[in-house]
Design a binder for this molecule. Structure first.
Ligand SMILES: *Cc1c(COP(=O)(O)O)cnc(C)c1O
Length: 482
């Protein structure tokens, strides 16, 4: 990717790749979309992919792979133990992160299980910039608690702060003073904070956090699943990184971490995961658990083909022209949405565009699940599937009361190298139409509500016949068009 200047003065993203394999997608009629939404209980997780036109649910395991990755899969060395492909992967991790030891795992949450079991004592705290759903679950299962110590800017939807993923140093110092360093299992950074808009932290902030940790003998762990985006933002937003290569920035980040783990469903664009460290004690503790939960130490639940593709994928992650595609498409989509007055998280982050459903649907209280309603309405209007990230994604308190989310977001993930700018323009057009007709969108109510992670399987119904009214207005405005 490179950003190119048009004659008009406008800067637009221009892809530095071409598509040589494509997959057909279907756009069914709005009537069929309404029926599919009904059947899915107004939960976009429950839609069947055959009814989905543009799948913007997630970037997990759905980024496009390169020709070189696919070619590598064909020459992978298949063996249970001692595979040549694993040695290649180990060597690549050592080259990129400069860490001695590597432990494979089948995906990101598996790494979280291994790390939480080995590094958390019951009653300990894990301070972090922001949690991710599976991270928090594993920390809690092992008797730990999560303390989010983000800066005041982190939750401001509209902002000019380039590093909303930073840790607040004063909050970190205060937390250590209050509980004592022994109570802190480790400090966790999440690159490209998933749940608050794909926002990065800066290298400078990492250094400040590490200095505090060193003073108190506290370990640091990096969740590098969304490192691709964070590296891009450091390079373009942080003066001190401007003249460094992506490889140099990666090594500087790595020096500040005792442990790094990642979901290779995101980092490396395959399906797998892994942990690396220089600390032999931590390595030995985790190593005992790998054969128990993942598989033998030379595959950890990954197929050799995925490992071969990961070696190439990690190498491609070090190429600025590869990792800039996602953030530049997201910035362009954000620009088009803002131009039409649509409330969206700024500055644009990685992972996807995030619509602010609270501002989009101010007439709906949070208990009507405005982000869920907007995601359902967008599917009916466009066939594009986003993900609710708001109150629906929260879990009820033990007394049955419902915590309201910090933010009501519809996340429109842009898997890397999968969509074109015409897909972006189409989605923006339908969102703009919904925004004009936002008064028509009503609330939702659960009729099947699972106790745990209700957003995956829960079913809802509209509180009025608003979806039918929305469809009627669509037909009036778009005629026979899909
Ligand atoms: C996706 C993700 C995970 C979990 O990875 P899986 O491979 O889906 O298990 C952990 N942390 C972050 C930040 C993620 O985005």
């Amino acid at each position: 990717m490179s950003e190119i200047r048009f004659h008009s003065g406008q800067t637009v993203p221009l892809e530095m790749h071409k598509a040589r394999i494509v997959q057909k997608i279907r756009l069914v009629t709005p009537e069929q979309r309404l029926a599919a939404m009904e059947e899915a209980g107004y939960n976009t997780f429950l839609l069947k992919n055959r009814d989905v036109f543009l799948d913007m649910l997630t970037d997990s395991g759905v980024n496009a792979m390169s020709d070189k990755q696919l070619a590598a899969m064909m020459s992978a060395d298949d063996s249970y133990a001692g595979s040549e492909t694993f040695s290649d992967l180990e060597a690549k991790i050592r080259e990129i992160f400069g860490k001695e030891y590597f432990l494979p795992a089948h995906q990101g949450r598996a790494c979280e299980n291994l790390i939480s079991q080995s590094m958390i004592q019951p009653g300990q705290i894990v301070p972090m910039n922001y949690h991710f759903t599976t991270t928090k679950a594993h920390i809690m299962v092992n008797g730990g608690t999560v303390e989010e110590i983000f800066t005041d800017e982190a939750l401001n939807i509209t902002s000019n702060e380039p590093f909303k993923g930073n840790i607040d140093i004063n909050k970190l110092e205060a937390l250590i003073a209050k509980h004592g360093a022994d109570k802190i299992a480790f400090v966790r950074w999440e690159a490209g904070t998933n749940l608050i808009g794909g926002q990065p932290f800066s290298l400078q902030n990492m250094r400040e956090v590490r200095a505090v940790c060193d003073k108190h003998g506290i370990k640091t762990v990096l969740d590098a699943s969304l490192l691709m985006d964070n590296l891009y933002f450091m390079k373009v937003r942080e003066a001190a990184c401007k003249d460094l290569s992506i490889r140099e920035i990666t090594l500087k980040i790595s020096e500040l971490c005792d442990v790094i783990y990642f979901s290779a469903r995101k980092l490396g664009s395959v399906r797998g995961g892994g942990i690396c460290t220089d600390n032999s004690e931590i390595y030995e503790k985790i190593r005992e658990l790998v054969p128990l939960y993942e598989g033998f130490l030379t595959y950890g639940g990954m197929s050799v083909r995925e490992m071969a593709a990961l070696v190439v994928g990690l190498d491609e992650t070090m190429d600025f022209e590869v990792i800039n595609q996602g953030p530049q498409f997201i910035a362009e989509m954000t620009r088009q949405l803002q131009e039409r007055g649509i409330p969206v998280i700024t500055p644009p982050g990685g992972l996807g565009c995030h619509l602010d459903a609270k501002a989009f649907l101010p007439h709906l209280p949070q208990t009507d699940y405005p982000a869920g309603a907007l995601a359902a309405a967008l599917y009916i209007a466009s066939g594009a599937r986003g993900m609710e990230r708001g109150t629906m994604s929260e879990q009820r308190n033990p007394d049955g009361s419902e915590p309201l989310a910090h933010m009501e977001l519809v996340r429109l993930a842009l898997p890397r190298r999968v969509f074109s700018l015409s897909h972006v323009a189409y989605t923006v057009d339908r969102i703009a139409w919904l925004y004009e007709n936002r008064a028509l969108i009503g609330g939702l109510d659960f009729y099947e509500e699972p106790k745990v992670l209700r957003f995956f399987f829960g079913k809802l119904r509209p509180k009025t016949d608003w979806p039918q009214k929305l469809l009627a207005k669509f037909r009036q405005d778009f005629g026979d068009s899909l």
